[in-house]
Design a protein around this ligand. Structure first.
Ligand code: DI6
Ligand code: FE
Length: 413
């Protein structure tokens, strides 16, 4: 039995729904529809014709034919950090490569220096407008990684700021411990010792403080080896924490198969992903998270194996990768467009990537689609067709957001 209509908190009428069901097809459209919200969840949805005649709600909204989607989910960001790296952007335009800049002490390490030097208040102040920009485009769930502190105090600061952002703003924040992002100078040439330190000291301490929802690493020829990554995964597993991985971005390290072997939530980047990696991910149900903004910004030419992932039925999520080195972007809508233009994904696949598949990449079964019982995180768009979201560049058609059933405008103040 559905709730008595008289008890609904919110009833949105005259809307078109793109429900994006996890096992659905197309956009799972429902046109000329209504949706009711109660106690922060979706209580009812159907066509206007199906709406019970006695339907009542505390607040009734006329969507005027706009489109409702689930609130967008950005499942991979490094949005909490200090400083910018436009100097490195210029260096690359003068011929230096990302790897060369990293080897010369720039790259991730320059952001580590800036982040360590920043106060927690400053870190929050610098990160806030970036998160607000994402929210202004309909994001209601956001993953935030550590990984620019690389010592206990600074990693804790990053993760506390991430949690604080989720308290201050209408967005659910999932935190990820990425202590294995780069080797800090204190551990130069002692990567194995650093991994020991992460496993024995940092992860237990941060987890005990309630700051860690998942564990990630940068498994790469300029990052950590597969064996080092596995030791970290074992430490995560011992604490019941899910894992995910920066895998196969610049080379094939077989990190995706390792992630799958640990029933990982997602393997991310994947430009160099192999057939066997795809098979392992399919079997484990590990989501492929693609990051077209990093591909764009680094002017990569090796495409992730989209057709093969599609054929294997591996769910594909999309995320911003918002970070100062390879993806200084705070627009998830632009990521949708990049996924279509650069990766030849369809607008429908792109939208699934930031809704139902994004939710799955974070292990969140309670959101990402418009279904009765799911969280009432909704975005209302002034568009004619769902594909408009991926089609337009630099235009924001967001009209209104409901976060946990509560209306918020999310406009940039
Ligand atoms: N892969 C990325 O794209 C970011 N981190 C990573 O492991 C880049 C981080 C940076 O350059 O600051
Ligand atoms: Fe990343």
């Amino acid at each position: 039995m559905s709730q008595p209509a008289s008890e609904w908190d919110v009833l949105i009428r005259n809307a078109n729904l793109a429900r994006l069901l996890p096992q659905g097809s197309g956009y799972d459209e429902l046109q000329q529809a209504a949706i009711a919200l109660q106690d922060g969840k979706i209580a009812w949805l159907g066509t206007e014709e199906e709406l019970p005649a006695q339907a009542r709600a505390h607040s009734e909204i006329d969507a005027q034919g706009g489109w409702l989607t689930p609130g967008l989910i950005d499942c991979h960001t490094h949005i909490v950090h200090a400083g910018r790296r436009s100097n490195e952007f210029e260096m690359r335009l003068h011929g230096a490569t990302y790897q060369e800049i990293a080897a010369a002490g720039g790259g991730i390490m320059s952001t580590v220096r800036a982040t360590r030097a920043a106060t927690e208040a400053d870190l929050l102040a610098q990160s806030l407008p970036r998160v607000q920009a994402l929210l202004a485009e309909g994001v209601t769930t956001l993953e935030i990684k550590s990984g620019y502190g690389l010592d206990l105090a600074s990693e804790a600061s990053m993760l506390r700021v991430a949690r604080r952002l989720g308290e201050m703003l209408p967005v659910a924040v999932c935190t990820t411990f990425l202590g294995a992002h780069a080797l800090p100078p204190e551990y130069a040439a002692r990567a194995d010792d650093y991994i020991d330190h992460l496993c024995r000291e940092m992860l237990p301490a941060l987890h005990a403080q309630g700051l860690v929802d998942a564990v990630d690493a940068f498994c790469e020829n300029i990052g950590f080896t597969r064996a080092q990554t596995e030791r970290l995964f074992q430490a995560a597993r011992a604490r019941g924490l899910p894992v995910k991985l920066h895998a196969e971005q610049l080379s094939d390290q077989d990190g995706s198969a390792l992630t799958a072997a640990y029933a990982g939530l997602s393997a991310d980047h994947l430009e160099w992903l192999s057939e066997s990696g795809i098979a392992a991910m399919r079997q484990a149900g590990t989501v492929a998270v693609l990051l077209p903004a990093a591909f764009y910004f680094l002017r990569e030419t090796k495409l992730p194996p989209i057709a093969e992932l599609r054929a294997a039925g591996v769910p594909i999520a999309l995320a911003s990768d918002c970070n100062p080195g390879t993806a200084p972007i705070t627009s998830l809508l632009l990521v949708l467009n990049m996924a279509c233009t650069l990766f030849r994904m369809t607008p429908q696949e792109a939208l699934r990537g930031v809704t139902c598949h994004g939710a799955r990449a974070l292990g969140l079964a309670d959101r990402g689609s418009l279904e009765v019982g799911k969280r009432a995180d909704l975005a209302l768009w002034r568009i004619e067709r769902p594909a408009d979201l991926a089609y337009m560049m630099g235009f924001n058609p967001l009209q209104q957001v409901w976060y946990g059933g509560k209306p918020c405008r999310n406009s940039m103040a």
